[in-house]
Design a protein around this ligand. Structure first.
Ligand code: GLP
Length: 241
């Protein structure tokens, strides 16, 4: 595992964007796993700047997002579809057919999970998976549990997750109770994983994830077993390592 710590948000975002843009420069047909949440916003801004400078084209790239809320209309401002359009997709030349986000409004969610896994399988291995970290150690929406599920599945969101995400909604009652998420098995199959963690409020959980026991109670701790994990932290998040 390679851990890099940064004293400014700008440098961290630049480093993360360099890794992602570098991946596409090396493999123009790269398959990327993408994340949402507050953490990657600045990274996507930097990628869009790089794209506008002509450093990278997404024409041959394929993307798979980690997750989406269940029963939140796709055009709701807080759906991950809206998030990806606002922060990345509407600014770059990634063809629509090559962008994938689970459909949390599908009539048959089990079938949707199966379809999503099949699409990932068809695209081949994910070359680079971008990940954030939940306050309870979740990755994607894989919440702490006795057993973790390998493939895409429906998940009941933990109260802590709904509280953390309430800041994006008018009230906690508006935060969906379920989501679809890529499974930990799929995440761990990625050739390379880029975990980005920011803020003092994540200092304890990142220490547990990287230096604690490998346990399904802290889903991110399974990343310790990955042969090609890069962790980018700001000094606040890395303060207890
Ligand atoms: C969200 C997402 C995760 C994200 C995490 C942390 O709910 N499902 O993919 O990594 O929680 O989010 P943030 O970066 O806003 O702290």
């Amino acid at each position: 595992m390679n851990i890099l710590m940064f004293d400014s948000d700008e440098k961290l975002n630049e480093a993360a964007a360099n890794i992602i843009v570098g991946q596409i420069q090396t493999i123009p047909r790269a398959v990327l796993g993408l994340a949402t949440g507050g953490t990657p916003v600045g990274i996507y801004e930097q990628i869009v700047r790089d794209y506008r400078r002509g450093m990278v084209s997404f024409r041959s790239v394929t993307t798979f997002n980690l997750d989406e809320y269940v029963n939140l209309p796709i055009d709701h401002p807080e759906s991950y579809h809206s998030y990806m359009n606002a922060h990345l997709f509407s600014h770059i030349d990634l063809p629509e057919a090559q962008r994938h986000i689970p459909n949390g409004n599908a009539a048959n969610l089990t079938e949707e999970c199966r379809r999503y896994d099949e699409a990932i399988e068809l695209a081949g291995q994910i070359d680079l998976q971008l990940l954030g970290l939940g306050h309870n150690g979740h990755i994607g929406f894989n919440e702490p549990a006795h057993a973790l599920i390998k493939g895409t599945h429906i998940v009941e969101l933990a109260e802590k997750t709904r509280e953390a995400n309430a800041r994006f909604f008018d009230s906690i009652d508006d935060v969906p109770k379920q989501a679809l998420t890529m499974g930990v098995g799929t995440i761990l199959k990625a050739k390379k994983i880029l975990l980005v963690v920011k803020g003092a409020d994540k200092a304890d959980i990142i220490r547990e994830a990287l230096q604690g026991s490998i346990t399904t109670d802290v889903p991110a701790s399974l990343l310790q077993t990955h042969p090609n994990l890069i962790v980018l932290l700001d000094s606040a998040a890395g303060g207890k390592l």
